[in-house]
Write a protein that binds this ligand. Structure first.
Ligand code: CUA
Length: 320
């Protein structure tokens, strides 16, 4: 019966474009079946007892029952076990959903009223159409140019807010080539409902061909990290930060810091990720590396576009 209901669940859910989608549907099916069984026991039992113990004559007295330890234990403990199973199952799927593999193919995603822009490490940009390779983990790094949007791919069962002023991320791996619908699922104004995009999952070789093809013949875009390298010099980062040795100029060296742990002036240890690099450019005083309390780096708030920030982050990532 369980399997039967599960296949029934499948038929009114969107197609399953990822492994996670199947796992989410299994959990959903379990919730549906256990809720249905509880409903039958509860409502069926209620109707049965209403008839069985109805008042049959005018001097019909109810038996005086205060409590029943065994029954009370069972109706508490059995639901507790079921809820813990649901919690552990959900946590297991959520953890998997949130932990992108280290070798993921990364794409920057910008939400704005009312479209999605995708930028690849090669420097290529596409609007409203995300192209990804099949069978490869893909990590999206999202932000927004205006208000909060939310990136939702029903077939992949993944969803993540794109928030102005910070990065968020999500990942998926779609084994089957095809085209999948993207919705904005956070109300963002008049054209929210038409803020759509498509994910094109291509076989590996077709994807490589697409990625290396230039939008304008002969005008190959600079890669993101090369754009970042240029900015690093032109906006002045290079004056204070070493990138080719660990030695200190004015601020800390940026060589090999991405993904590493660093101790801050308040004693906290953080891992250098996209969000930290971004924050250090826009709000340098928020987290100061231990030993650099005296250095007052100026904020670049309002001076860099989202693409430029992404390029700088990508450049820091490439310093190994
Ligand atoms: Cu963007 Cu709703």
């Amino acid at each position: 019966m369980f399997a039967g209901v599960l296949s029934g669940v499948g038929s009114f859910m969107p197609i399953q474009g990822t492994e996670i989608a199947k796992e989410v549907d299994h959990l959903y099916g379990f919730l549906l079946v256990s809720s249905f069984i509880s409903f039958i026991i509860l409502i069926g039992g209620m109707i049965y007892f209403v008839f069985k113990y109805r008042r049959k004559s005018s001097n019909d007295k109810t038996a005086y029952i205060t409590h029943n330890n065994t029954l009370e234990f069972l109706w508490s403990f059995i639901p507790f076990v079921i809820f813990m199973v649901v919690f552990a199952w959900g946590w297991f799927i959520y953890h998997k959903m949130r932990s992108a593999p280290a070798n993921s193919f990364e794409v920057q995603v910008y939400g704005q009223k009312w479209n999605w822009t995708f930028q690849y490490k090669s420097g290529k940009v596409s609007i409203g159409e995300l192209y990804v390779p099949a069978g490869v983990p893909v990590k999206l790094i999202l932000t927004s140019r205006d208000v909060i949007h939310s990136f939702f791919v029903p077939a992949f069962r993944i969803k993540q807010d794109a928030v102005p002023g910070r990065y968020s991320s999500l990942w998926f791996e779609a084994p089957n080539p095809g085209v999948y619908q993207v919705f904005c699922t956070e109300y963002c104004g008049a054209a929210h409902s038409s803020m759509l995009a498509k994910v094109h999952v291509l076989p590996r070789n077709e994807f490589e061909a697409w990625l290396s093809g230039d939008p304008i013949p002969g005008a190959k875009p600079l890669s993101l990290s090369d754009q970042g390298k240029g900015l690093f010099a032109s906006v002045g980062c290079v004056a204070c930060h070493n990138v080719d040795s660990k030695s200190v100029k004015v601020g800390p060296s940026l060589l090999g810091i991405f993904g590493e742990k660093q101790v801050m002036s308040d004693g906290l240890t953080i891992t250098v990720d996209e969000q930290y690099v971004r924050e250090s450019i826009l709000n340098p005083q928020a987290k100061i590396v231990k030993g650099f309390e005296g250095q007052r780096m100026l904020s670049y708030q309002g001076q860099l576009k989202e693409e430029q920030l992404a390029a700088l982050v990508e450049y820091v990532k490439s310093l190994k």
